[in-house]
Design a protein around this ligand. Structure first.
Ligand code: PMP
Length: 400
């Protein structure tokens, strides 16, 4: 009998299934940067400059001077770290200012920031403790983990399919003999397919049963809607979505997550969400960063530059003969075979373009793809380099 862990054996199993990942060091988070293989403790040896189409820093604000100055100012005037849970002494004026801005942007009474979007999802679903969570089959891992943490039962409905949701609710309603609390949860923009959830029909289905609707706007905040309020705000559904959630770590160039909703929701979560109560408050400098990025997203037409880049890339890739999924800033270029996708990603790198291959189990067998995520800061040269790389690499791999 042994009672220890053999991690080398576990890693070998991952190797055997081609699931072993390796870290790579980036010199910066800019649209162009240099990378080094995992230095394993030593200093990184950076290679040639690459153009990056693999970041969620969609508005390119993470190295914007105004946002960097806001981070510095937050750190200098309030402090680098919150020092304690928000409920102890870690609640500062910069957190409150950010929450006021988020609530205004989302069209809700209040907002509450968490130390990450992951923590916001886990803490919120766990604290709401629904009897049943109805969850889209392609929801993000942090939603899936939120469903796992609590004692809720999870019913998975077909991707973006309100009819399937309705059928599953009907089945469950026929089985239940006591009143239950139901939560329907969906991403608004799906990160691997780049599509948008049919929020209106989902809200109708939820309404029919008096269920709550929760929408994760991680990939929509700062990009969709007037002033970046997300898809919910864009579609005028702020009053019909009970819980809006998002991250500060993508278009808002910072770190942290948020929920937005009515007064009672925020007041309840700040008492009951364990990832809020028992975790140190978001750092003041992260809060200040997100606040400035949100201001820029709301007051300038930065997203327009991103949408122009998205249109040029989609058009160029489709003209070459690639199938490009979705309708958002995320461009999944379908290759099919997982080996082809890996080879294509490798060859794109040889052309100085970083865009990852996404393979099963992340996506279904036969739909391996390259996920192209442009930033507002990509130049015309960057876009041309990306398209040229797809042309020659695609021809070399034989997928064109
Ligand atoms: N929800 C979705 C849809 C996401 O894509 C992510 C991050 N990849 C998260 C939540 C988690 O956010 P964070 O990175 O802030 O933990």
């Amino acid at each position: 009998m042994t009672y220890g862990f053999d991690l080398d054996a576990r890693l070998e199993q991952r190797d055997a299934r081609n699931l072993r990942r390796h870290l790579e060091v980036a010199e910066s988070v800019s649209a162009r940067t240099r990378f080094a293989d995992d230095p394993k403790g030593g200093p990184p040896a950076f290679g040639d400059e690459m153009v990056v189409f693999a970041s969620n820093n969609y508005l390119g604000l993470a190295d914007d001077g105004r946002v960097q100055r806001a981070a510095e100012l937050g750190a200098r005037t309030v402090g680098t770290g919150a020092g304690a849970s928000r409920l102890v002494t870690g609640d500062t004026r910069v957190h409150r200012a950010l929450e006021r801005d988020l609530a205004a942007c989302k069209g809700t009474e209040r907002a509450l920031v968490f130390s990450s979007g992951y923590a916001a999802n886990i803490g919120t679903i766990d604290a709401l403790a629904p009897d049943v969570v109805f969850s889209d089959e392609l929801n993000h891992a942090s939603i899936i983990d939120g469903c796992r943490v609590g004692a809720s039962e999870t019913v998975v409905y077909d991707h973006c399919d309100p009819e399937d949701l309705r059928d599953k609710m009907e089945t469950r309603a026929a089985e239940a003999d006591v009143d239950e609390q139901w939560l329907v949860v969906t991403d608004s923009v799906f990160s691997m397919d780049g599509d948008i959830a049919p929020l209106s029909p989902l809200a109708d289905a939820a309404d029919e049963y008096g269920a709550w609707l929760m929408v994760d706007e991680a990939h929509a905040t700062g990009l969709f809607g007037d002033g970046g309020g997300g898809v919910v705000q864009h579609k005028g559904l702020s009053d019909r979505v009970d819980v809006q959630l998002g991250t500060l770590s993508k278009a808002l160039a910072s770190q942290g997550g948020y929920i937005a909703g009515d007064e009672a929701l925020v007041e309840y979560l700040l008492n009951a969400a364990r990832s809020f109560v028992f975790s140190t408050g978001l750092s003041p400098s992260s809060a200040a960063t997100a606040r400035e990025a949100l201001r820029i997203a709301r007051e300038t037409d930065r997203a327009t530059e991103l949408w122009d880049t998205v249109a040029t890339l989609r058009d160029g890739l489709e003209t070459m003969g690639y199938e490009v999924l979705g309708e958002t800033q995320i461009l999944p270029v379908v290759v099919g075979d997982r080996g082809d996708a890996l080879e294509l990603a490798e060859r794109l790198r040889d052309h100085g373009v970083v865009a990852p291959a996404i393979r099963p189990p992340t996506v279904p067998e036969g739909t391996s793809r390259i996920r192209v995520a442009p930033m507002a800061t990509h130049s015309a040269d960057d876009i041309a380099q990306c398209l040229d790389a797809f042309q020659s690499a695609g021809a070399a791999v034989g997928v064109l």
